[in-house]
Design a protein around this ligand. Structure first.
Ligand SMILES: Nc1ncnc2c1ncn2[C@@H]1O[C@H](COP(=O)(O)OP(=O)(O)OP(=O)(O)O)[C@@H](O)[C@H]1O
Ligand SMILES: *[C@@H]1O[C@H](CO)[C@@H](O)[C@H](O)[C@H]1NC(C)=O
Ligand SMILES: *[C@@H]1O[C@H](CO)[C@@H](O)[C@H](O)[C@H]1NC(C)=O
Ligand SMILES: *[C@@H]1O[C@H](CO)[C@@H](O)[C@H](O)[C@H]1NC(C)=O
Ligand SMILES: *[C@@H]1O[C@H](CO)[C@@H](O)[C@H](O)[C@H]1NC(C)=O
Ligand SMILES: *[C@@H]1O[C@H](CO)[C@@H](O)[C@H](O)[C@H]1NC(C)=O
Ligand SMILES: [Mg+2]
Length: 688
């Protein structure tokens, strides 16, 4: 059963082949017509690079440079009319004939190819003397145009050759005996539109199969050449219509075929199908469905693609991805922050680093407000709310104590008083901590007192108000909020002025955060030289009364317009408290008031403040009033007790000599040119 079906199949195949051969060559002898719908099994006369591929394509050139190839129908055809005489005789009248063929040109380059295909009618198939490249395998230098050639040809030329007067690099031409065309036209066709047809350009090297019709009308002595895409039916209007009597060219019997040549480009020229008829009406129809397919991408072209394009493309992709990754990593790194589980409860007080980064324009130096003992302070505007903030960047090593720090920051953030700068929140990064404060548009008080930045001098009324503001802020910290908060760093630069010139105390409570007091022995003195109470030299234990001492120095500074420790005209270091005390002894207290006020001040208020300053900065802890008392004195609700001049000076002297306060001060000399020794805290911190 199986055997029989195989036998039948073989029979069918053999039969089909025989039929095909008959169809291809059977009519030769008689009417001179044939059709090749593909060339599989066809008996063509080939030379040079011409071969029939396994797929049935007639490959005239194979891509190798500077070679030619020819293919001919194996038997010559009879073109002469009537007479049966030998070829080439005069008086022969050539009959009408029609040819059609489908071709395709594949080039390794998108817009360059060489050289083209020629359809020809020739007395011979021997083109061994012809040249490749621009000669298209048709003629050589000497034989070009020679009337003895007896060649009629239609060229599909893809390179412009001035020696042959080519019109461009994409043309169709009718050639007689040589490559200088009788007539030529840029490749294209007249479409059969409703409007009568418009010209459409075609590109011979488009890698698309196209069809050509060559029709010779002996009656009119006219040659028509028509070109069209494979999908388009034969256009009514031919591309070229040349008047020429071929009786003087074509011999009685002649071969029909193709010639093609490569030059310096890797090009392959194919014929997919071909039909021909002499004096039998139009050329037989080629069965388009049976035509072999043009190779999509030639092996050379593909390797070019792989060799050049692919590596470049993949390199580009890798590069792009690399850049993307770097950008993402950098972006992540730029905004990375430290965030731990325990911080969840402080969430509302935590600012994303990205927000702060944007707010301060990436911590630009033009946003820098100032540099203090703990770090830099930047001005910023929060992206969403447009709230103005001041961001203090504090470098903070190790995770030790961070939790307490953050808890403290958050609890300090809960403190609200009109004379305190609000601490809005914080943000953490590796080794760094950011504290976010309300922005105080008028900056810090020290700039007004000590004439930096050309700030105007404050009037006495303003100074007195500032003193009362700070006193009330400090009273709130000491007594009125939930717990006792010791400021520890009261000084002019920590007094900030808001847009209404209200004085507000900043940086409260923070100093404590820097000495995590696990070991009382190792605790460092925190604060600023000149504002430090003498007992801190002994015990390092801050109390509300050490704040009172600093407050006393502060109000003297505001009243006298001098720093707590300043240099007199001889360059000697003078303690402001001593100097004021000295004047008090000499009954010339009023002389200490800031000369920049030009005497415009309330003498009573000034004396009150000066005496209160001395009292607050009393070396005896017990002699200092608490802040509630201070408030009462300032409001004149209670009269200031009279100071005891002799005893006071005695005690002060004794304390300073015996308790080593002098040496303490000298160990942190005022190296700063501005006479500001406020950064002692930072050096103390670094030790820890
Ligand atoms: N909330 C704020 N609004 C406006 N400016 C501020 C604010 N906080 C600080 N500044 C400015 O930044 C400067 C530096 O502040 P910072 O607190 O770091 O240093 P300091 O007060 O001089 O010393 P310390 O480190 O002892 O507090 C201040 O002098 C002030 O001009
Ligand atoms: C092919 O054609 C040539 C020339 O006509 C002829 O000699 C040869 O026998 C043919 N071969 C086949 C297989 O038909
Ligand atoms: C093309 O044909 C020529 C001659 O037949 C041959 O030498 C060459 O190797 C062929 N090239 C390719 C790419 O097949
Ligand atoms: C050119 O071709 C002709 C035949 O077509 C030949 O006789 C002649 O020798 C060739 N000339 C050269 C230079 O090869
Ligand atoms: C066709 O090609 C010719 C020459 O390349 C050009 O001048 C003409 O504009 C083209 N026409 C169209 C319709 O593209
Ligand atoms: C073409 O030439 C031949 C021979 O010279 C002549 O017999 C014929 O009439 C010519 N045809 C036309 C259309 O002129
Ligand atoms: Mg400060």
């Amino acid at each position: 059963m199986k055997l029989i079906s195989i036998y039948l199949l073989v029979l069918c195949v053999v039969g089909a082949n025989e039929l095909l051969v008959v169809a291809a060559s059977g009519n030769d002898g008689g009417g001179g017509r044939f059709v090749y719908s593909g060339f599989a099994g066809a008996n063509l006369t080939l030379d040079g690079t011409a071969t029939v591929t396994p797929a049935g394509l007639l490959e005239l050139t194979n891509g190798t440079l500077q070679l030619k190839g020819h293919a001919f129908h194996p038997t010559p055809l009879r073109f002469g009319f009537g007479s049966g005489g030998g070829g080439g005789g005069d008086g022969v009248v050539v009959r009408s004939f029609s040819a059609s063929f489908v071709f395709g040109i594949l080039s390794a380059y998108p817009d360059m190819s060489a050289h083209g295909i020629v359809f020809l009618v020739s007395p011979t198939t021997d083109f061994s003397a012809a040249l490749a490249s621009q000669y298209l395998g048709l003629v050589n230098v000497t034989s070009n145009g020679d009337a003895r050639n007896r060649i009629f040809a239609v060229e599909l030329d893809t390179l412009q050759q001035d020696e042959f007067r080519d019109i461009n690099d994409n043309h169709v031409g009718v050639d007689i005996n040589g490559l200088v065309s009788l007539q030529s036209t840029s490749a294209g066709y007249y479409a059969a539109d409703i409007n009568g047809g418009g010209f459409r350009n075609l590109t011979l090297i488009s890698h698309e199969a196209m069809r050509v019709w060559v029709d010779y009308d002996a009656g009119d002595a006219r040659i028509d050449v028509t070109l069209a895409p494979l999908a388009v039916a034969k256009p009514v209007r031919p591309l070229i219509s040349a008047a020429y009597n071929l009786s003087s060219v074509i011999t009685d019997t002649a071969y029909v075929g193709f010639s093609s040549a490569t030059g310096s480009f890797n090009s392959r020229h194919y014929v997919l199908g071909w039909s021909f008829a002499v004096d039998g009406g139009p050329a037989p129809a080629i069965d388009v469905a049976k035509l072999p397919k043009l190779p999509r991408e030639g092996p050379k072209a593909r390797s070019k693609f792989l060799e050049i394009f692919l590596p470049i493309a993949s390199a580009a992709v890798v590069l792009a991805m690399g850049i993307l990754v770097i950008l993402l990593v950098r972006r992540r790194k730029r905004y990375t922050e430290l965030r731990e589980d325990w911080e969840v409860e402080f969430g509302p007080h935590r600012f994303p680093y990205k927000d702060l980064h944007h707010a301060t324009q990436g911590f630009e130096s033009k946003c820098l407000l100032g540099v203090g003992g703990f770090g830099r302070v930047y001005k910023g505007v929060l992206p969403n709310s447009n709230v103005e903030i001041a961001v203090k960047r504090v470098s903070h090593d190790s995770s030790q104590g961070v939790k307490e720090f953050v808890a403290e920051v958050v609890s300090l953030g809960r403190l609200q008083h009109c004379n305190l700068v609000r601490l809005l929140g914080y943000c953490r990064r590796k080794g760094e901590l950011m504290l976010v404060y309300e922005y105080m548009s008028n900056g810090s008080l020290d700039k007004y007192l000590h004439g930096q930045d050309n700030k105007p001098t404050l009037s006495w009324a303003q100074r007195f108000q500032i003193i009362k503001d700070i006193a009330s802020g400090l009273l709130y910290l000491h007594e009125e909020c939930d717990k006792v908060v010791i400021h520890r760093d009261i000084k002019a630069s920590n007094v900030l002025l808001d847009n209404e010139m209200n004085a507000r105390l900043g940086d409260f409570g923070l100093a404590r955060l820097y000495d995590h007091g696990e070991d009382p022995q190792s605790t460092h003195v925190v604060g600023t030289i000149g504002y430090l109470a003498p007992e801190l030299g002994r015990t390092s234990k801050a109390t509300p009364l050490t704040d009172v001492f600093a407050f006393g120095t502060f109000i003297l500074e505001v009243t006298c317009g001098r720093r707590p420790i300043y240099h007199d005209s001889h360059g000697t270091q003078v303690m402001l408290v001593d100097w004021v005390l000295d004047h008090w002894h000499k009954q010339s207290l009023v002389d200490t008031v800031d000369l920049k006020l030009h005497g415009e001040f309330d003498v009573g208020e000034a004396c009150l403040v000066l005496k209160l300053g001395l009292l607050c900065s009393h070396p005896f802890i017990n002699a200092r009033p608490d802040m509630r008392r201070v408030m009462q004195y300032l409001k004149r609700e209670v009269a200031l007790p009279e100071l005891m001049p002799t005893s006071m000076s005695f005690h002060m002297l004794a304390l300073m000599q015996n308790d080593g306060f002098d040496s303490y001060v000298q160990s942190y000399p005022s190296s700063n040119s501005k006479g500001n020794i406020s950064t002692a805290t930072s050096s103390l911190l670094e030790e820890g």
